[in-house]
Design a binder for this molecule. Structure first.
Ligand code: HAM
Length: 427
């Protein structure tokens, strides 16, 4: 048997329904904020990610799916959306669009060659937003508010918002110098991994989970002592906006994130749920004021976030939040094959009139049809028999109360509307 590649999964059944439900919800949510959809290719020139995310990041160093195409160009399956959207912004000259800021959202598969484990896949789905052009910390606050509000609407309670600032370019440079100096002094006691990071990507040492690194990290210089006035102000204002929006947050000076493009605000939202496992970051993001110019575009600021759909579904399952909808309104049973054509015409009419309809396509007997309609959780059953057709009638049965009605075919639509309306009220 041929099997799916390691770290990937098939979507079907209830899991698929959950995906679609969340996808639809996110589309509706984005209308509330007036964001517009953006889509970039699944693969890009490798350079987009090497330059955009950073050559020394784990993502670019170890995790990309990179291949030579038949024209011998180096291509990479996108590991994330931000760098690709920055590329699209530049290439399509979106700086000339009247939108300011340009507020975009995206949804789709991302690819990282990581060690698969619970909550970590090689192909996974991200929903994300990128807001390009504006520099106000209010935009950072808006971006943070999107997942916060989304989780609130879903009823997800165990979430923890962590924020930090990496400052502007100048703050970061000064801090990096002080950090390298400090880490060099303590180099002998650092873990092997951190020694490597020290030379390649010193900020990431702060992110180390290794036991031996912890005391060193604890006493390391703090970013907050190296922030320029402008960076301090940006961070303070962000916190004021979050307070105003009543978003509870925790400041975490060790939060540096795994991509190089960040400046100022960085944030993550963790699942704070017992037993959830180590891959508990539901979403992460931040500001990237230097990214677009780094990719040869105009000096342009941006901020965004992305959320892993798989981890979100796991969090909903952990909190037993049922997002499976019961959408089937009508199930039609033709009593015999003689009524199949008439019954199918009825199904078609009802669908065109806005009802969600299923019909027996397997010629089951009545008993099995009833059993099947139970499993499908159909709200109403319509039986189309010889007697019924002769009298220009239909037998309509409400699945919950088991009440039965004979309804003239000419009035079936208003009858169904009325009964489904009553059922909705009861819920
Ligand atoms: P990221 O932190 O690399 O950020 O990924 C965002 C989210 O994607 C994570 O919090 C997690 O939920 C999910 N995720 C990442 N890797 C995996 C994986 N291997 N399996 C399952 N889920 C995963 C970014 O990608 C940035 N582009 C976010 C951003 C947008 N920053 C600014 N704008």
């Amino acid at each position: 048997m041929i099997k799916k590649p390691k770290g990937t999964y098939d979507v079907y059944g209830d899991y698929g329904q959950k995906y679609i439900f969340l996808e639809n919800m996110l589309k509706v949510l984005m209308d509330k904020y007036n964001y517009q959809y953006i889509r970039t290719p699944i693969f890009e020139a490798t350079e987009v990610f090497v330059r955009g995310i950073g050559e020394e990041t784990d993502i670019v160093n170890k995790e990309t799916y990179t291949f030579q195409d038949r024209g011998e160009r180096s291509m990479t399956l996108r590991p994330e959306g931000t760098a690709a959207i920055a590329r699209a912004y530049i290439e399509n000259k979106l700086e000339n669009s009247f939108y300011a800021p340009l507020k975009t959202w995206y949804y789709g598969p991302m690819f990282r060659y990581e060690r698969p484990q619970s909550g970590r896949f090689r192909e996974f789905y991200q929903f994300g937003v990128e807001v390009i052009k504006g520099e106000s910390p209010l935009i950072d606050a808006e971006v943070i508010s999107i997942p916060v509000n989304f989780f609130k609407i879903l009823g997800l309670k165990g979430v923890k918002v962590k924020i930090n600032t990496l400052g502007d370019h100048e703050s970061r440079k000064n801090y990096q110098t002080a950090l390298i100096e400090y880490l060099e002094k303590n180099k002998n006691n650092l873990s092997k991994e951190s020694k490597i990071r020290l030379t390649k990507n010193p900020l990431r040492v702060l992110d180390s989970k290794e036991e031996v690194d912890q005391p060193i990290i604890k006493d390391a210089p703090k970013m907050s002592d190296y922030l320029t006035e402008n960076s301090q102000l940006h961070y303070q204002e962000l916190k004021q906006y979050l307070n105003k929006l009543e978003i509870e947050y925790y400041e975490d000076v060790k939060l540096v994130r795994g991509l190089d493009y960040y400046t100022h605000t960085v944030f993550e939202i963790e699942a704070d749920i017992k037993g959830f496992g180590s891959q508990n970051v539901l979403c992460g993001g931040g500001r990237y004021d230097g990214l677009i110019s780094l990719l040869d575009g105009p000096e342009t600021k941006g901020v965004g976030f992305a959320m892993g759909m798989e981890r979100l579904i796991t969090a909903l399952d952990f909190e037993e939040i049922n997002i499976l909808e019961n959408n089937l309104e009508v199930y039609i049973i033709p009593l015999s094959s003689n009524q199949l054509k008439e019954a199918y015409r009825l199904a078609n009419d009802l669908r065109m009139n806005g009802f969600n309809v299923d019909i027996d396509l397997m010629e089951r007997n009545l008993k099995n049809n009833f059993k099947y309609s139970e499993k499908l959780k159909a709200k109403i059953i319509i039986i189309v028999g010889e007697e019924e057709l002769k009298n220009h009638e239909l037998t309509v049965k409400l699945n919950q109360s088991k009440e039965e009605f004979k309804v003239n075919q000419d009035y079936i639509i208003s009858f169904l509307e009325e009964k489904l309306g009553e059922l909705d009220v009861e819920v």
